[in-house]
Design a protein around this ligand. Structure first.
Ligand SMILES: [Zn+2]
Length: 357
């Protein structure tokens, strides 16, 4: 097959977005797009290229004082009658337009067109972000080639609609349970109703005052919510167990341990069993490359509320943020699209930041 990522396409982030969207790459089917990206990068004299599975790493080795990462995932969620791409006015429609081949287009365009960036740059084009974390290309690289991830600052080109979203909130799920004693409902006074018993826990959630935390100018709004409930044995039995699943989204000034402690305090008197948790990431906008990035964007950052791979870099001690042209509200939607104007604006911003000395 001929590589659709021709020099003319690579020179234009808009054409490049379309070309990348038109290579189908649903998670676990990234080989073809990774082959195309690798072939292009191997032809670039100022880059050193390596590959792990379907993740491609390319970097400059100019001996600069600082190194930054630009990263984008190559995979998409499953197609939904939105392949290949189409253009209507200023909008490109198609699977992956927003999340996040328009962001991947930035990284690939910059990789080939900025031979002398002001920092050394490591570009990542990685597989399997949209599925379980153990398949994630960055997870695999961290295990097999941790030295590839060495950097002072990272930009993940996930959809943010052209604003800077810094850090991210942590997330935790736990099961809060009430125990009771079974009895025939005709003689219910012989039992203890566990569903009634969970009532106070629901009451605490309904009245819960979530924190708003400001860090480096970014506002993080927490939330604690019941997301599932289960209990009951039969239509004539007083239930002996009721389980309430709670999701706590916490600001990155709290560690996962502190968040768990807070959750347990909130449900004092109940049994609390942790299901999973992932720590948040501090925005870390005080590092020099981050400040210079914000200056190039020229607008205030906002706090990222969802969990993203930014947290992976934060866990390695690398400040990281999200910046991409797509609208995050359209990610994974059947009418997913991206604005051509936003692609051009963001590409100009990144050029200003990386190519100026
Ligand atoms: Zn994404």
């Amino acid at each position: 097959m001929e590589n659709p990522l021709t020099p003319e396409v690579l020179a234009d982030p808009v054409a490049l977005t379309r070309a990348l969207v038109d290579i189908e790459s649903v998670s676990k089917n990234e080989k073809e797009i990774a082959d195309c990206v690798e072939e292009v990068l191997r032809d670039v004299p100022h880059l050193t290229v390596a590959r792990h599975s379907n993740t491609i790493m390319a970097r400059t080795e100019l001996g600069r004082a600082q190194r930054v990462v630009l990263a984008g995932h190559l995979d998409t969620v499953p197609l939904n009658n939105n392949f290949p791409s189409s253009v209507q006015g200023d909008l490109i429609y198609g699977c992956g337009t927003s999340d996040m081949k328009s962001g991947v287009a930035y990284a690939l365009h910059l990789a080939v067109s900025v031979p002398e960036p002001r920092y050394d740059v490591t570009y990542f084009f990685y597989e399997a972000e949209e599925i379980e974390s153990r398949y994630n290309g960055l997870t695999l690289v961290a295990q097999a080639h941790p030295e590839w991830l060495t950097a002072d600052f990272a930009v993940l080109l996930e959809p943010t609609h052209g604003v800077v979203e810094a850090g991210c909130q942590g997330t935790m799920r736990a099961v809060v349970s009430a125990a009771g004693r079974r009895a025939h409902s005709a003689r219910s006074w012989n039992g203890v109703n566990a569903i009634h018993g969970i009532g106070d826990a629901i009451h605490r959630l309904a009245g819960y005052q979530a924190r708003m935390v400001t860090i480096d100018g970014c506002v993080y709004r927490e939330g604690m919510n019941a997301v599932r409930i289960g209990g009951g044995v039969a239509g004539n039995v007083v239930p002996d167990l009721c389980e309430l699943e709670v999701n706590y989204r916490f600001a990155p000034d709290r560690t996962a341990q502190e968040a768990e402690l807070h959750l347990r305090e909130t449900f004092d008197g109940y049994q609390v069993r942790l299901i999973d948790s992932a720590p948040g990431a501090l925005p870390g906008l005080t590092a020099a490359p981050a400040r210079e990035f914000l200056a190039a964007v020229g607008a205030d950052p906002i706090g990222k509320l969802g969990w993203t791979d930014v947290a992976r870099f934060a866990a390695l001690g690398i400040p990281a943020l999200n910046f991409g042209p797509g609208d995050p509200n359209l990610a994974h939607a059947p009418d997913e699209h991206v604005e051509i104007g936003k692609i051009r604006d963001g590409a100009a911003t990144l050029h200003r930041w990386l190519a100026s000395h």
